[in-house]
Design a protein around this ligand. Structure first.
Ligand SMILES: NC(=O)CCC(=O)C(=O)O
Length: 259
């Protein structure tokens, strides 16, 4: 399974230009025979949180329409990172996923809001997990700060996820946490982690990429890229079972001790 990680710069408060960029990146990923293309967090507006009233995607309609049509035209699965959305006068940080038939197969609102970037002042948190299927593989998706909550990721893996997608806008000053947490989540859950961060800067933060793909045994298949562009990795999904049979963490769990 070939994965295209789109480590893009995001134009602050400029959804129109960002939509154009997404279209170009999907075309490029499809030309390179990717099975799944993955985008970073809040790629439509960036963290222009005080401008969401005029900029957020109403009911996510523009995003859903674009990714469904691109997915169908190019026969590619799209994990569309996340976008700022507006629903019933409230704002959310929302992930949509389109499969290669052009069906929207997932919608997820970021569950843990990040106070250092003032999300809690503008956004509502989601309450539901995010499990979906792409090419017969069960996947899960969380967003950026959700990564710091191992119990949340574990919940997705216990629901069957073999790949966890983590779109992000994770600032450069904590990039060491990002790398360590991603590798830990892959090893403890014996699954693939595909994590896509942005590059560039906004008025408050700088972002230096370091998108990562980590295998179930903890091998890092992608890291240390700091430029914008698409980075490709191939996943061997049989690794998930191989690692779980080698160290049977899931059958050794003592659920009764964790209440
Ligand atoms: N956009 C985010 O959720 C950032 C999370 C982050 O930077 C962290 O350190 O956690």
């Amino acid at each position: 399974m070939k994965i295209a990680c789109v480590q893009m710069d995001i134009q602050f408060a400029n959804p129109e230009n960002n939509f154009t960029a997404i279209t170009r990146y999907v075309e490029e990923a499809a030309r390179n025979d990717a099975d799944i293309v993955v985008f970073p967090e809040m790629w439509n507006t960036g963290y222009a949180l005080d401008k969401l009233e005029s900029l957020a995607d109403l009911e996510g309609e523009a995003t859903k329409k674009l990714i469904a049509s691109l997915a169908q035209i190019y026969t590619i699965n799209i994990v569309a990172g996340s976008v700022s959305t507006k629903r019933q006068d409230q704002f959310y940080n929302t992930m949509y996923v389109a499969n290669r038939l052009g069906h929207i197969v997932a919608k997820y609102d970021k569950a843990h809001l990040f106070k250092l970037m003032e999300e809690h002042l503008f956004l509502q948190p989601g309450k539901k997990t995010n499990i979906f299927q792409l090419d017969n593989t069960i996947c899960g998706g969380v967003i950026c700060y959700d990564l710091r909550f191992p119990e949340w990721i574990r919940k997705h893996v216990l629901s069957g996820a073999n790949i966890i997608f983590v779109p992000a806008q994770w600032p450069d000053k904590r990039i060491d946490h990002w790398q360590i947490l991603l590798q830990a989540r892959a090893i403890e859950n014996q699954c693939y982690i595909v994590a896509v961060n942005r590059v560039g800067e906004d008025p408050n933060n700088k972002f230096n990429g370091h998108s990562m793909v980590v295998a179930p045994w903890g091998e890092i298949l992608l890291r240390n890229q700091t430029d914008s562009g698409i980075f490709y990795t191939t996943l061997d999904l049989s690794e998930v079972d191989r690692v779980r049979n080698t160290i049977p963490v899931f059958s050794d769990r003592r659920e009764e001790l964790y209440q």
